[in-house]
Design a protein around this ligand. Structure first.
Ligand SMILES: Cc1ncc(COP(=O)(O)O)c(C=O)c1O
Length: 408
């Protein structure tokens, strides 16, 4: 264990001896690029030519009128290439991999957005790519699996444990231990051993830096609150980074699943079901039982369905630097529907958690107040889950016809 990368009581790097040298190298390289202003310029230039950055900050006039309270702005990470904020982190790590001279990348993915982003980056930079994905997520995010494979990645369904994100992370670490010399593990969120939480936050901070500049340009003042959904915590850390020195309330929204009282959720910071522990190389709040066994989690959104949470957010939670709430699956579906109907925008199910809470709170704020919701991704990938939730008869008929075609 190394005594570094701590945020209050959380974080650290609890590593098997065999990975220590690899992490030392990664940390040293990351420190180097942080000191090099040209690296950030190269990164921003790459993101603007390849990934539509800066992403817009959209004023949601119709939603604002509908709720009659705060002015609602939406930070449009859905317009990033590959449809989510995940590409910000992945392209940054890709540049780092080039500097390290490695030729193979591996990644874990839940919703599949990070996997698609990673496969995209690997195609662009010419790396070999293997993606680990829990078998359950492979089934619920099939379109993303299809694209990862077409982009040239090998997708490995993980059949251990509960077959979701945490199991995919374990498998990716197993691979890394055997191939450290040639391979970099592109961790997809602000979790894991140091330096990943800091490094992922560093690349995602582009969201908050842009959003702050944009709102000052448009409104000439800061928002009262900013909202982001919290899976591992990378889009939230990205948005929060832009406002952490301002008098702005930072609000993280976790997956409330079927309701916190049911135990069927993935709320580490809002619910009382999580406790501090060490797993997957770092210390944070985990949804675990008294024996340290990880509990099953549930969320309608694969990307928020994770037992741990960024150690940086865990520390902010304990210090009262950010507020954490949750939104249930039903609230999320209602928020998604309203956003589509009022604004013509389809947020990812993950992002819809942030929308759901913002919608609950916006009417209680004054018309002078401004809020920003981070739309971390677009909802196209969720078509199967959402069509089920809407119980759409025409969609069912379409699926039935397709199935019949395959069996004919
Ligand atoms: C669109 C989208 N938003 C949010 C998340 C949650 O991740 P994080 O908390 O790291 O932003 C995911 C994860 O897959 C995602 O795909």
């Amino acid at each position: 264990m190394k005594n570094r990368g701590y945020y209050g009581d959380f974080g650290g790097a609890y590593l098997p001896e065999i990975l220590v040298a690899t992490f030392d190298e990664l940390e040293a390289r990351f420190e180097q690029i942080k000191q090099d202003p040209n690296f950030w310029k190269t990164y921003v230039a790459l993101m603007s030519s390849y990934s539509c950055r800066p992403t817009p900050l959209t004023f949601a006039q119709n939603l604002t009128d509908h709720f009659g309270g705060a002015k609602i702005y939406i930070k449009r990470e859905d317009l990033n290439h590959t449809g989510a904020h995940k590409l910000n982190n992945v392209m940054g790590q890709g540049l780092l991999v080039q500097k390290m001279g490695k030729k193979r990348v591996i990644a874990e993915t839940g919703a599949g957005q990070h996997g698609v982003a990673c496969a995209t980056m690997a195609a662009k930079f010419g790396f070999d790519c293997t993606i680990y994905m829990g078998e359950v997520d492979v089934i619920r995010q099939r379109p993303n699996v299809f694209w990862m494979e077409q982009l040239g990645a090998t997708v490995v369904p993980v059949t251990d444990g509960t077959r979701i994100l945490k199991d995919a992370i374990n498998e990716a670490f197993r691979d890394w231990v055997s191939h450290m010399d040639t391979t970099h593990y592109v961790l997809g969120t602000a979790c894991g051993p140091h330096p990943f939480p800091e490094m992922v936050t560093y690349f995602q901070s582009i969201i908050g830096l842009e959003a702050r500049r944009q709102i000052l340009e448009i409104e000439g003042r800061l928002p009262k609150r900013v909202y982001a959904c919290v899976g591992g915590g990378s889009n939230a850390m990205g948005l929060f980074s832009g406002f952490s020195n301002d008098p702005v309330e930072l609000v993280g929204v976790e997956a409330g699943g079927r309701g916190l009282s049911t135990g069927l959720h993935a709320s580490r910071l809002k619910s009382d079901d999580a406790s501090p522990g060490i797993a997957q190389g770092y210390k944070t709040y985990f949804l675990q039982d008294d024996d340290g066994q990880m509990k099953e989690t549930h969320s309608i959104s694969a990307g928020l369905d994770y037992v741990g949470v960024s150690p940086i957010l865990a520390d902010m939670h304990d210090k009262g630097l950010a507020r954490f709430e949750s939104a249930t699956d039903d609230e999320v579906i209602a928020a998604l529907k309203l956003t589509m109907q009022k604004e013509g925008i389809i947020p990812a199910l993950e992002s819809s958690h942030a929308f759901a809470l913002a919608f609950k709170e916006a009417p209680g704020l004054s018309k002078e107040d401004i809020i920003i919701i981070n739309q971390s991704g677009r909802g196209d990938k969720d078509i199967f889950t959402v069509a089920d939730a809407f119980d759409d008869p025409k969609w069912k008929e379409f699926i039935r016809t397709k199935a019949e075609q395959y069996h004919a």
